[in-house]
Design a protein around this ligand. Structure first.
Ligand code: SF4
Ligand code: SF4
Length: 334
């Protein structure tokens, strides 16, 4: 399974429009971070280490929506921090949906029961719940007991109310093919979530736990074994077939960092969601003033082990739309 058909078609038209306009670099999805504060403190997180003066800031609604309008991206992933701690998060979501943006609201789910009444189901809106493993593994990943059970309850509640629900699972070198299979089987078959997203963890310089990030070869072996036996086709993975090929070592390409840019309280982050080499006021300025050729595997040592979704899914999507055979494959598997 791949990206939903309606979304694939809209994104396909968006890419064609950018090409017709002669726009060489454009965003597919923005990682919007309207705050950095979180109610958890995961050891693998690279986002919550800012000083208290930054952690208490919340991005105004007009600034968040204005950034998305300026860059023109068709999809927005709202993360942080924990977006449900933003007092106007529902208004940001509503205004983006009004503009027909596909909105993914990423959450650890702890606050979902308290805030779910502020949201309405929509084909443009998906809850994305962070789940890194079954109960013991997940609670260890978020360094707090009971969070897995809260996340499962929130997923059930959101599904009962008619929302689309996806999950986002990050894997570390403490995972084995079996732990990947166990959690994806559970989410796909028992919980019945609409879409599953997966990514190898990126070694954030600021993350307290630096020992458990996957190297490239480890990532390929992990996913090749986990995907074997027809499981990859059976899970409702929210990724292009080429990105999944990339994860299991059947395809390789450079990242396309400008395809999933990150906009936070500081501005547009250079060069990507994972590294911060400065900020710009506009997406156009980010595109024009960044030396994109100096980033990526073999170019910057910080990129050596990166196979993260935010860098490589845009490469996979652009390669897909450039090939009739891959486009047909993506639609067939969608
Ligand atoms: S839930 Fe997400 S934002 Fe919060 S600490 Fe964990 S990884 Fe960081
Ligand atoms: S490889 Fe690309 S996406 Fe990954 S950290 Fe480097 S610039 Fe960012």
């Amino acid at each position: 399974m791949g990206i939903p058909l309606r979304q694939s078609v809209k994104i396909g038209f968006y890419i064609v429009r950018q090409k017709l306009r002669g726009r060489a670099k454009y965003p597919l999805i923005v990682e919007l971070e309207p705050l950095f504060a979180c109610n958890l403190a995961c050891p693998g997180c690279g986002k919550i280490q800012h000083p208290a003066s930054i952690l208490k800031q919340r991005m105004p609604v007009e600034q968040a929506v204005g950034a998305i309008e300026e860059c023109g991206a068709p999809m927005v992933s709202i993360a942080g921090g924990e977006p449900l701690m933003h007092p106007q998060i529902d208004e940001i979501v509503r205004q983006l949906i009004d503009r027909k943006k596909f909105v993914y609201l990423c959450t650890n789910a702890v606050l979902v029961p308290r805030h779910i009444d502020k949201f309405r189901p929509s084909p443009y809106f998906t809850w994305v719940v962070h789940i890194d493993g079954l109960r013991e593994r997940h609670d260890e990943a978020v360094a707090k007991e009971g969070v897995f059970d809260q996340a499962v309850a929130a997923i059930r509640q959101a599904r009962q109310r008619g929302f689309k629900v996806a999950t986002n699972s990050t894997f570390f070198n403490t995972d084995t093919p079996q732990t990947v299979i166990d959690v994806l089987d559970y989410l796909n078959d028992e919980l019945g979530v609409d879409r599953l997203m997966i990514s190898p963890a990126y070694a954030y310089e600021k993350a307290p736990d630096q020992e458990h990030f996957l190297a490239v070869q480890e990532t390929r072996e992990l996913f090749a074994k986990a995907f074997a036996g027809g499981r990859r086709r059976r899970w409702r993975l929210n990724h292009s077939p080429l990105f999944l090929d990339f994860l299991e070592g059947k395809a390789d390409f450079q990242c396309t960092a400008w395809g999933i840019p990150s906009y936070s309280l500081f501005g547009w982050q250079r060069p990507c969601y994972l590294m911060s080499d400065g900020y710009t006021k506009t997406y156009e300025e980010l595109v024009e003033t960044t030396d994109w050729e100096s980033y990526g595997r073999g170019r910057d040592p910080r990129c050596a082990n990166c196979m993260a979704h935010c860098g490589y899914e845009p490469s996979a999507v652009l390669a897909t739309t450039a090939s009739l055979r891959e486009s047909i494959r993506a639609l067939r598997e969608g």
